[in-house]
Design a binder for this molecule. Structure first.
Ligand SMILES: C[S@@+](CC[C@H](N)C(=O)[O-])C[C@H]1O[C@@H](n2cnc3c(N)ncnc32)[C@H](O)[C@@H]1O
Length: 241
């Protein structure tokens, strides 16, 4: 059910940490939503999610509009043949194609090669992946685009960012990510009174670490996959030094 770089093991804890530090806000924004592993635990009434991956966002929108991953389709993705996989790769965008592009692929990376070598599947991962997205898609505003183009939080809002980490392989389906520009954008928002939370391995000075945990990073370039995952904060809930 995983998603490349997804927060499946940490989502609940990250959401709890955010909501403990900032219990109320006008709007919660998540501009790198991926599979929504954090969003599903966010209880704010006004949520806006977005991502730069157009096929991923198409899936979110289709699920919001009633598309459901059936048992049958989920199992077909698990048992997909190389020819079927190639046909889906060249097919027109659709919810089904997005599920194949992630869940039928090597290490769940967007059309990174057919993965039908799993010997057994006790759980229907494609179905679970879509069911998790549904928990947020049915109650959130969903936008498609790069973070600084579509995400416009105001003072008092909360934003949680889970960007591609500096030094990890690029996300297929999106463009190259500039971490320095990202941190400048986040710092600018925090200085305007937005509560900014960001998952990364490192942040610029003046950001507070509010959460730290050993986590397996499937996108790490090195063989050292266990990394010290951190959640950083900057904004009005913390005195700047
Ligand atoms: C680490 S993943 C997020 C995982 C998510 N938190 C989850 O648990 O599933 C990073 C996401 O950022 C998206 N992305 C990459 N570049 C982006 C950009 N410039 N603007 C917005 N999203 C971007 C990728 O498509 C990917 O979904």
């Amino acid at each position: 059910m995983g998603y490349m770089g997804g927060k499946h093991r940490l989502g609940k804890l990250i959401a709890a940490t955010i909501q403990e530090l900032v219990p109320t806000c006008n709007r919660y924004w998540e501009p790198f939503v991926g599979s929504g592993a954090v969003t599903e635990y966010i209880t704010h009434p006004n949520i806006t999610v977005s991502d730069a991956h157009p096929d991923l966002i198409l899936l979110w929108q289709e699920i919001r509009d009633g598309w459901v991953c059936t048992d049958e389709f989920g199992h077909a993705v698990w048992q997909i043949t190389k020819d079927e996989y190639a046909a889906w790769r060249n097919a027109a965008p659709s919810a089904e194609r997005t599920v194949v592009g992630f869940q039928g692929s090597y290490r769940r990376k967007w059309f990174a090669g057919c993965d039908n070598q799993r010997l057994s599947e006790r759980r229907n991962f494609s179905k679970l992946f879509c069911a998790k997205i549904a928990k947020s898609a049915l109650r959130a505003q969903i936008l498609c685009g790069s973070y600084s183009d579509v995400c416009r939080p105001a003072a008092g809002d909360v934003i949680y960012c889970d960007p591609p980490y500096a030094g990890t392989t690029a996300f297929k389906g999106t463009f190259k990510f500039d971490s320095a520009v990202f941190w400048q954008w986040c710092t600018g928002l925090a200085d305007q009174g937005v509560h900014v939370f960001a998952s990364e391995l490192q942040a610029p000075d003046s950001w507070q670490t509010v959460f730290e945990k050993q986590h397996q990073n499937s996108l790490a370039r090195t063989s050292k996959r266990n990394q010290n995952e951190k959640l950083f904060y900057r904004g009005p809930a913390w005195m700047q030094t």
